[in-house]
Each structure stands twice: as structure tokens, then as C-alpha cells.
Ligand binder design. Structure first.
Ligand code: GLY
Length: 367
């Protein structure tokens, strides 16, 4: 099967997302022209050294000089210290502004390398090679880059688009099943936002996808990145009320993650799954969404083994405690938090007029 190409049509910095089984071993075909005869620096998560070996073998085989920097896996790398160390290492290696730094790993590596590339020498080019389903369908596309600070996640960052995204679904075979499910929450999200037919497809094919069916994985990744590419092209900096739709489930989910101390007790995708179920339930409470649609969302999440309620997300906090986290959401403006609600499956919209006291009352009654 030939590689699939999805263009991200940004006027001044268009780029392509390439999807193909076994792409890592053919990466030189795409990275060769970008290396322009210079050494490629790859920054890889310590968890993906097997994939790094395959990538380096492909580059060596094509005569492309390369050097790898390994960073510790886990959110702690996305810190001021992690950023400083990476920038110092890149400078020591003589990386120039026109070089392409390659990020190989999940969301942590992509966000960190993307941000380092945005500021190094006032902006270098970079390439995303995601190795988790969540990074494939969300964080590697669209140019959101960031590190965490003591005050919260992703508070320091920059929009900086990659020059290329290479997605090889074969690397998912080594991903733990819990991580796969967490990434799958972001796949379902695209159906819930504006593509009811894709949500239907997910209900029919989600289990096979998670069991390793590569055709299902390629289809879901393709549909997801095509949807994300269109949203990013329409609203790169989340100022037009379009990109904000990608936050479906994230306002509720962020509060759940905060309660869990942003720990492995609740992965980001798991929090988003429960958050999407809560967003649909809250939409039902406001009388704008059929209860049957919310039940279908909950049902599919439960079937897949994803959290779909406060209880299944392990949260016992009060509505007041959860909405206090929401009030500090970085997307709040003038003290108001925009919520993504739904008129039904595939009919999500941005609702600016949400009273946090009403959300707190809803959460106190929710299971
Ligand atoms: N992950 C949400 C966005 O890229 O806008």
C-alpha cells in the first residue's frame, strides 16, 4: 500500500502529514531532501530506542549522517530544566536555523522538541515522528508546543508548525494497551465533534483497531489527521472558534487530571474520555442534546474500557473543587471558561455562556 499524504494547508507554512505502515524504515525518502547534506539530529524518548534504531538504520543505509539525543521519558522532561538541557545540547551539536530537528516519541518529546525548535536561534525547523496513537492523531499535528511549569501544564509555549509529520502505525505494536486506549479517546473525539458517520465507524471498528488491526488503525489515523488538518488550516491560533472544538472533553477532563495530580493514575486521554461523556451529559442537562446520544457516547467508551463517568475516572471530588480547577484553565478569558458542548453526536459547538455554579451542581449530581 502506498503512503497516504494529508496536506496541512497553512498559507505561509504548508506541510504534509505522511501516513504509511513501515514508514520508519523508509523515512530516509522523506528526510533525505530536508537534511540538505547536513547531519540530522534526532531527539528521542528513552522508551522508543527500538524505533530509534530502525530510524537510524534507515538513515545510515541512505548515507544520511545523524546523531541521537535521548531524553528521559515522562512529563518531567517537559520542564524549564529539560528545555535548557536540550537547547544546550542542540547548540553544542552545532544545529543551525535551517536544520531540521527530528522529534521521535510521544507528546512529551513532540511538545518539548517543538518548543526548543521554536526558540533555538530564534526558530529552527523540526519534524514530528510520533510513536503513540495520541501523538499520531493529535499532538504531532497543528504546531502546539509547550513545557510545563509549577503553575500548570503547557503554560509556556509557542505555536510552531513542524515542516513534516511522518506517521508509521507499525510502531503502535509496542505501545501498552492502556496508552492505545487513551489515544483512541482522541480518535473518537473527531467523530463527536462533527462527523457522526466516523463515530459510527468507531463503534463498529474500535475494538479491532485496539486489537492491532492495521487497516483500521490507518483508516482512523487518516480520518483523524485529515479532520485536524482542516481545523488547523481554518484556525491555526485558536482565535476563530474553530480550533477550540478540539477541546471537547478537555475542560471537564482537565479538572479530573488536576484532581489526580496529573499523575499516571489518570492519563490525559482517559481524562478526555470521561470529560467527553460529562460534556454530553451536561449538554443533556441543558436540554440541547438527546439523552440517547449521550448514552451512546458513554456506552462506546465503557465498551472500550475507557473512563466514562466521575466514578470510572476515579474522581470523588465535589463539583466546587472540580470547577475551581476549570476557573484556572488557560483558555479562560475575563474569568469565563468556554465549554465545548454538543447538540448531538457530530454536532459540537463552543458555548461561551456557561455558569460554573451550574456545572458544579451538575457534577455534584453526576455519578
Ligand atoms: N490538542 C488540541 C489542539 O491541537 O488544538
Amino acid at each position: 500500500m502506498s503512503d497516504i499524504m494529508v496536506p496541512v494547508a497553512l498559507a505561509d507554512r504548508p506541510y504534509d502529514i505522511i501516513i504509511g505502515a513501515g514508514l520508519l524504515r523508509r523515512a530516509a525518502d522523506y528526510l533525505g531532501p530536508l537534511s540538505k547534506g547536513r547531519r540530522l539530529v534526532i531527539v528521542a524518548d528513552a522508551n522508543v530506542t527500538v524505533h530509534l534504531e530502525h530510524l537510524q538504520a534507515a538513515l545510515d543505509g541512505a548515507g544520511i549522517a545523524n546523531h541521537a539525543i535521548i531524553i528521559p521519558s515522562g512529563e518531567a522532561s517537559k520542564s524549564w530544566n529539560g528545555l535548557a538541557k536540550l537547547c544546550d545540547d542542540l547548540i553544542a551539536l552545532g544545529v543551525e536555523r535551517s536544520d531540521h530537528i527530528v522529534a521521535l516519541g510521544g507528546g512529551v518529546v513532540g511538545d518539548l522538541v517543538g518548543f526548543a525548535s521554536a526558540i533555538l536561534k530564534r526558530g529552527c525547523a523540526f519534524v514530528q515522528i510520533p510513536t503513540t496513537l495520541l501523538a499520531d492523531v493529535d499532538s504531532s499535528v497543528g504546531g502546539k508546543t509547550a513545557i510545563n511549569t509549577r503553575a500548570g501544564k503547557n503554560l509556556i509555549g509557542q505555536f510552531h508548525q513542524p515542516a513534516l509529520v511522518l506517521i508509521d502505525p507499525e510502531v503502535l505494536s509496542t505501545l501498552p494497551s492502556r496508552q492505545m486506549r487513551a489515544g483512541y479517546a482522541e480518535v473518537i473525539k473527531y467523530g463527536l465533534i462533527d462527523d457522526a458517520a466516523f463515530f459510527d465507524w468507531c463503534t463498529q471498528n474500535g475494538a479491532q483497531l485496539l486489537a492491532g488491526d492495521s487497516a483500521a488503525q490507518v483508516h482512523a489515523i487518516h480520518r483523524s489527521v485529515r479532520a485536524k488538518a482542516a481545523i488547523v488550516a481554518a484556525d491555526e491560533r485558536e482565535t476563530r472558534g474553530v480550533r477550540a472544538l478540539l477541546n471537547l472533553g478537555h475542560t471537564f477532563g482537565h479538572a479530573l487530571e488536576a484532581e489526580a495530580g496529573f499523575s499516571d493514575a489518570l492519563l490525559h486521554g482517559e481524562a478526555v474520555a470521561a470529560g467527553m461523556a460529562l460534556a454530553f451529559d451536561y449538554s443533556v442537562r441543558r436540554g440541547i442534546c438527546p439523552a440517547a446520544d449521550a448514552a451512546q457516547v458513554r456506552g462506546h467508551l465503557a465498551e472500550i474500557g475507557l473512563p466514562h463517568s466521575l466514578l470510572s475516572a476515579g474522581t470523588k471530588a465535589s463539583g466546587a473543587a472540580l470547577t475551581a480547577h476549570m476557573a484556572h484553565d488557560k483558555k479562560a478569558t475575563g474569568g469565563r471558561v468556554p465549554f465545548i458542548l454538543a447538540r448531538g453526536i457530530g454536532a459540537s459547538y463552543v458555548e461561551a455562556d456557561v455558569n460554573l455554579a451550574d456545572v458544579a451542581a451538575f457534577l455534584d449530581e453526576a455519578e
